[in-house]
Design a protein around this ligand. Structure first.
Ligand code: MN
Length: 333
């Protein structure tokens, strides 16, 4: 960890101890880390005597509902936003992705404190705690809590932060799992994080419809290129309707692709309003999907990223993507 990072972490911890009344915000389409981070921090602040509120722009995917008993807001007025003393922005690399709803912009609010682990974070806060080497924002929050003497991490907070770490590391399977990540997870277990519930809800709670939807996709909609080194699936809309799938529950789909042997890069494509959006994963740091995503109006981590193409037909979208993937795979072969 760099000195600069340590200093910003200490600064954020100090700021939070000295102030009160926080607005908590995360990114659009919140994932497990976003949800674990925001509700873990909300709980942590409440249990240590601070006023805080979380705002999410949408209701949450079903699989996370058991982790969310606390109330959260789904919208906020400009007036209310301005009344907060500060805003803690979690897991959100750029302000445009920060989701507060109502067409409001993060910049219109109080001073921002960023806590994030995306390498492409635009450092748009008053305090920027950005740690690309930390596996999850939830882990970063736990690290910050350790700099706050006398503040306790309850079993409920520990469970939420463990959930964030477990989802962002794919259950400790991804490369972002460091010795430190495992130590932090162990410390969360010592604080009575509910490991059983986290694993049950995240990995063993797929609906039958979702399982059947995935099977049909793999059987009929899986394609390969580059001699199997690139595997991709396009998700047809009629299939989503057939199985009545909530697309927010399909985070695991890309893991099915990634589990295929020798598939170095995998992609999931889906229609979006005026084009196609794609989720990309790489198994090898030599083949950066972050770089590909940045050429596709997107971004993310080197091994996990996403982009989109607009005003283009399906075949052209596939051609562009395949071209970039081929280039990436051949460059470092
Ligand atoms: Mn994250």
């Amino acid at each position: 960890m760099t000195e600069k990072f340590e200093a910003s972490l200490a600064r954020a911890a100090e700021f939070i101890q000295q102030h009160d009344d926080y607005l908590l915000v995360t990114h659009e389409r919140p994932d497990g880390d976003a949800i674990g981070s925001i509700f873990g921090l909300l709980n942590f602040l409440h249990e240590n005597g601070k006023r805080a509120e979380a705002v999410l722009p949408e209701t949450l995917p079903e699989k996370y509902l058991s982790f969310v008993s606390s109330n959260y807001r789904t919208n906020i007025t400009k007036f209310e936003l301005a009344a907060y003393q500060s805003c803690l922005v979690l897991d959100t690399p750029n302000p445009a992705r920060g989701a507060i709803g109502g067409g409001l912009k993060l910049e219109a609010g109080p001073p921002l404190i960023l806590l994030d682990h995306h390498p492409d974070n635009q450092l748009y806060g008053m305090i920027n705690v950005v740690a690309p080497n930390v596996a999850a924002t939830a882990e970063l929050l736990f690290m910050m809590s350790k700099k706050m003497p006398g503040w306790k991490v309850s079993p409920r907070t520990a469970t939420l932060w463990l959930m964030g770490i477990v989802t962002d590391t794919g259950g400790f399977r991804f490369d972002n799992t460091s010795p430190q990540t495992l130590r932090h997870a162990a410390e969360l277990l010592e604080r009575k994080a509910d490991h059983h519930t986290v694993m049950l809800e995240i990995f063993f709670s797929k609906s039958l419809e979702l399982q059947q939807f995935e099977s049909e996709l793999v059987t009929h909609h899986l394609h390969t290129d580059c001699g199997g080194r690139f595997a991709w699936i396009y998700i047809p809309e009629e299939l989503i309707r057939k199985y009545r799938i909530d697309m927010r529950d399909t985070e695991g789909l890309i893991e099915i692709l990634r589990s295929i042997k020798n598939a170095d890069i995998v992609a999931l494509l889906q229609r979006s309003d005026d084009g196609y959006k794609m989720s990309l994963r790489s198994k090898d740091p030599r083949f950066s999907v972050g770089k590909i995503a940045r050429q596709l109006n997107g971004g993310g981590h080197e091994l996990a990223a996403g982009g989109r193409v607009r005003n283009i037909n399906f075949n052209s979208a596939i051609e562009i993507l395949t071209g970039l993937v081929r280039q990436t795979l051949n460059q470092n072969a």
